[in-house]
Design a protein around this ligand. Sequence first.
Ligand SMILES: NC(=O)c1ccc[n+]([C@@H]2O[C@H](COP(=O)([O-])OP(=O)(O)OC[C@H]3O[C@@H](n4cnc5c(N)ncnc54)[C@H](O)[C@@H]3O)[C@@H](O)[C@H]2O)c1
Ligand SMILES: [Fe+2]
Length: 381
Amino acid sequence: MLFQTTQRILLGPGTFSRLGTEAARLGARRVLLVSDPGLVTAGLPARAAEILSGSGLSITLHTDVEPDPGIETALAAARAAIAADADLVVGLGGGSAMDVAKVAAIASVNGLDLALMFGTDLVPRPGLPTILVPTTAGTGSEVTPISILSDHTEKLKKGIVSPYLLPATAIVDAELTVGVPPAVTAASGMDALLHAVEAFTSRNASPMSDLFATKAISLISANLRTAYADGSNIRARAAMSEGSMLAGIAFANAGVTAVHAFAYPIGAEFHIPHGVANSIMMGPVLAFNAIGNLDRFGTVATALGADTNGLSSREAAMKALAMMEELADDVGVPRRLAPFGVTADDIPRLSASVMTVTRLLANNPRRLTVDDAERLYRAVL
Ligand SMILES: NC(=O)c1ccc[n+]([C@@H]2O[C@H](COP(=O)([O-])OP(=O)(O)OC[C@H]3O[C@@H](n4cnc5c(N)ncnc54)[C@H](O)[C@@H]3O)[C@@H](O)[C@H]2O)c1
Ligand SMILES: [Fe+2]
């Protein structure tokens, strides 16, 4: 078993104020601050710049990042880091801004030919140090050695996986998530829940990843409805931020499975937000997977808060799936593909694409054929 995570994690409301001292602790002088336009509107990069300059650092702000960012976006951020002669990259945002910050930090040291780095352990050297500050409770990118970029030419989402992508420091402050709009709260929260459930049911699950996964499932399932209904509820927001980070630690080590594999092609081609794409695929894919490990799926029901006394493991597993679907419905996350423009004609191409996501399918508790993939996409058309 290998277990790795971010070396230094500051967790809790108010920790954002320590960004400047954490940057100074790393010996930084010139910071590239990566964020996105939605966060500029929310005023968060301006607050980060104020805190950093209070610690005597000079800041170059780079906010040209779109949701589900493309390869070109990450390259532009790397060029900005080089031009600014940055010695630290701070990623402030959801998974999109954090993933771009992570790639900017490695590419500014290893060169801009990202094609050489997609895959596992292909980044030659450590990059610039990073501090990652999530503003959604979803991806857990602040604790994962992963960065996901969209390849618009091949219509695929591609991952760079390397321990050099782990940040030096993560600052997880739920106060930053208070302004997240309800639809983003819902979609990113479902993404986090699926990280935990897929990590727990992965073939690579370990006793350590299980600890993080089960705690994450409990925190997220008990708090997502409240965070969605009342974004200013700091207790629910804090539980969601903690849960999404714990889910990130779980899947960084155990991996995610076929739900994420099915979400990638539809995300890349039809621009369905990542958490929505996962929620759409969740029902049929987890029902398909469940017989691969009924005991584990049954334990998911317990972590979700169900009373499974007297239930068979199959009944408990089905209870878990029903509870997750109820949660997605309560927070208004779509569960069909057709409204996003996907038609029956697209399914053979999307299914072929799923079969190429071997990095995730290798973790899946049930083997899957291209015919299965077509059937599972059809089930949610
Ligand atoms: N690296 C990883 O381990 C990992 C894991 C899962 C997903 N991802 C990737 O992360 C991306 C999705 O990230 P996400 O779900 O966090 O969404 P996101 O980063 O794309 O953000 C979604 C929207 O919410 C806005 N927003 C974010 N925080 C806000 C705040 N506090 N106030 C107001 N608006 C705010 C952003 O401006 C943006 O418009 C995808 O590209 C996905 O593939 C990465
Ligand atoms: Fe995800």
